[in-house]
Design a protein around this ligand. Structure first.
Ligand SMILES: Nc1ncnc2c1ncn2[C@@H]1O[C@H](COP(=O)(O)OP(=O)(O)OP(=O)(O)O)[C@@H](O)[C@H]1O
Length: 254
């Protein structure tokens, strides 16, 4: 099967990112990766390996020093800040470890906030479908503080889905949840991919969370050192343990 540009949700091409200061840190060192539409990818690696930097650059929250980042057909690298902000509101969704809901707004208002900010009226049928899918129909008038952690993360996922973004970027989406609640949230993200054709890119430390993805990329020292298709939690854990013993040879495995 040959790839067409339309199959690609996000593409990074030879991306470099160095943080300045007296002792510059190379956070991304010539990273090239393609995230296909309708798939979930987990990004893993030791602390400081560049996972958040990759996510932030791919999402247009940060800029690379060199290299190209494309969202769909759009090159983000040289886009003015104002357009980048608009693009993030309308074409990208975010789910963070700390949920990042607005405490003064109720569940429904939180879910509709990105649409309001981008000046787009979401289709009522789609909003109803998303709310039903995340199981929050009886909580719409509640404030975030009145919800459990798992329910708050469901609100964040609904908020991300409602704008039909081209990709949802998740940064440790289950980091603040217990194992069972985490499994519910991961199943929900998985169903967004399988049922809605959503694209998900998820940074995680957890091999079990990563096993919900179609593909696992592992970073070390700002480089991609593993690229695995559906490896399963045990194999992921083995690879991470090997990395702990420093095996810097890049490999691509199916
Ligand atoms: N704003 C910054 N200024 C300077 N250095 C930074 C900055 N942000 C990140 N770094 C450095 O860049 C490297 C990559 O950081 P990054 O946060 O992307 O790693 P990570 O894999 O997400 O780590 P963690 O798992 O601990 O969150 C690290 O060495 C980090 O210290």
């Amino acid at each position: 099967m040959s790839l067409t540009p339309a199959d690609v949700a996000v593409g990074l091409d030879h991306v470099h990112k160095t943080y300045g200061g007296d002792q510059p840190v190379v956070a991304l060192d010539d990273v090239s990766a393609v995230f296909m539409r309708g798939t979930a990818t987990a990004v893993m690696g030791p602390s400081g390996s560049g996972k958040s930097t990759l996510l932030h650059c791919a999402a247009g929250l940060d800029r690379p020093d060199s290299g190209t980042i494309r969202l769909g057909g759009t090159d983000l690298s040289s886009m003015p800040e104002k357009r980048l902000t608009e693009l993030r509101r309308s074409r990208v969704g975010f789910v963070f470890q700390a949920f990042n809901l607005v405490g003064a707004l109720n569940v429904e208002q939180n879910i509709l906030l990105p649409s309001r900010l981008s000046g787009r009226r979401p289709e009522p049928d789609w909003v109803a479908e998303v709310i039903a899918r995340v199981g929050l129909g009886d909580r719409l008038r509640h404030r975030p503080a009145q919800l459990s952690g798992g329910q708050q993360q469901r609100v964040a996922i609904a908020r991300a889905l409602v704008t039909r973004p081209e990709v949802i970027f998740c940064d440790e989406p289950t980091g603040a949840l217990d194992t069972r609640t985490a499994a519910d949230v991961l199943a929900l993200l998985r169903s967004a991919v399988d049922q809605f054709g959503q694209t998900v890119v998820m940074v995680t430390h957890d091999p079990v969370a990563a096993s919900y993805a179609d593909r696992v990329l592992v970073l070390a020292d700002g480089r991609i050192v593993r690229d695995m298709a559906q490896p399963g939690a045990e194999r992921i854990a083995e690879h991470l343990a090997l990395l702990g013993r420093r095996q810097p040879v890049a490999s691509r495995e199916g």
